[in-house]
Design a protein. Structure first.
Length: 366
């Protein structure tokens, strides 16, 4: 059977009875920019995440950019982050004129290696920017302690971790500010681009609302240079329809992941690690194998999708050559050379997971 990486059409069919009347009502109301559904979603998301403020914006990259600006990060500053993530994390740091200082990752969680973060702090360091990669929450307690010790901002990249919890607290509620993406394939995704920034700080929230809307609190009065980065009303409708289901979606992702773990046991594959510190919500199911090409070909022959996240670490990208010349991060480079992500989404059946595992098992035992 053909198995995609994600089945957005299947999820839409389940949501259709709820979503279409909401869409029709929104089109009739004709309030498309910062309308009532955007405002309602911000309140509902803030309540779910346990934060005082949730400020939506146009996309996840903008969320990171605005979060850094609100945190006061700018030219000459250094921000410590990971080389094993989507480029948006480091792009946003560059947008504000700061420098990304890459440090290597933990070989099990693929998140920042806390010991190396501590060694990388300099007088120019102004923020730590951990990524909750693939839905695995970063170990924030020691990072938070380091931030407090050195007077740094802690900015969470939550693009892949909506609904992931750390010690009973949601990702995006622990640092000074959190940045979310609602790209369609995310655990909570809209039908286009969307993003959100969370904070407990009234002052940061006020600045974020201005930054996303041309630096304005009152229409046609502009206090700072801002941006045009607003979540549109129709995307807010989609997110409001999906938000009540997010815990179920994440539970189903965990079901799929644990079935993969059982089905791939004994094959010499490193399956995703759960460190027990936080609740992994499996935005991706990413394994490590020395026989990646063999597995990919076998899956493709059966019309089963797979993907490599990420084939080239950020410190090896041409765009960051100037800031990472001569640097090597052995764990990151090893993971990038061996990682492979399998299909995972809430609607993926046990039978489909078993088929995928069977194809991989046959390929490796041939």
């Amino acid at each position: 059977m053909r198995i995609p990486m994600v089945d957005l059409a299947g999820q839409y069919r389940e949501l259709k009875p709820t979503l279409e009347p909401m869409m029709a009502a929104t089109l009739d109301a004709a309030q498309y920019i910062l309308g009532p559904n955007v405002q309602a979603f911000e309140k509902e998301a803030a309540a779910y995440l346990g934060v005082k403020h949730a400020i939506t914006c146009a996309n996840g990259t903008d969320a990171l950019h605005l979060a850094l600006l609100a945190a006061g990060i700018g030219p000459g500053d250094e921000v410590i982050s990971t080389p094993f993530t989507f480029i948006a994390t480091a792009e946003a740091i560059a947008y504000v004129g700061a420098k990304t200082v890459f440090v290597d990752i933990d070989p099990h969680t693929f998140n920042l290696d806390v010991a190396q973060v501590e060694r990388a702090i300099t007088p120019k360091t102004r923020a730590l920017l951990p990524v909750h990669l693939f839905g695995q929450p970063a170990n924030l307690a020691p990072l938070q302690a380091l931030a407090q010790q050195h007077g740094l901002r802690l900015i969470e990249d939550c693009a892949q971790s909506f609904g992931a919890a750390i010690g009973g607290r949601m990702s995006g509620s622990i640092g000074d500010v959190g940045a979310f993406s609602f790209f369609p394939s995310k655990n909570l995704g809209c039908y286009g681009d969307g993003g959100m920034v969370t904070t407990q700080s009234d002052a940061m929230a006020e600045k974020l609302r201005m930054l996303r809307n041309h630096g304005s609190k009152v229409r046609y009065y502009h206090d700072i240079i801002g941006y045009n980065s607003r979540l549109d009303e129709l995307q807010a409708v989609v997110l409001r329809a999906k938000l009540p289901h997010i815990d179920h979606y994440n539970q189903q992702r965990r079901r799929v992941a644990h079935r993969y773990n059982a089905g791939l046991a004994g094959l010499g594959i490193q399956t995703p690690h759960e460190d027990g510190i936080g609740l992994h919500v499996y935005h991706q199911y990413t394994l490590l194998t020395d026989r990646r090409e063999v597995i990919q070909k076998a899956l493709a022959d059966q019309q089963i999708a797979s993907a490599i996240y990420y084939p080239v670490p950020l410190h090896q990208q041409k765009v960051f050559a100037a800031i990472s010349a001569g640097q090597s991060f052995p764990v990151t480079e090893s993971v990038a050379a061996r990682c492979l992500s399998l299909p995972i989404y809430p609607e993926l059946s046990d039978a489909a997971v078993d088929e995928i595992c069977g194809v991989i098992r046959q390929a490796l035992q041939a």
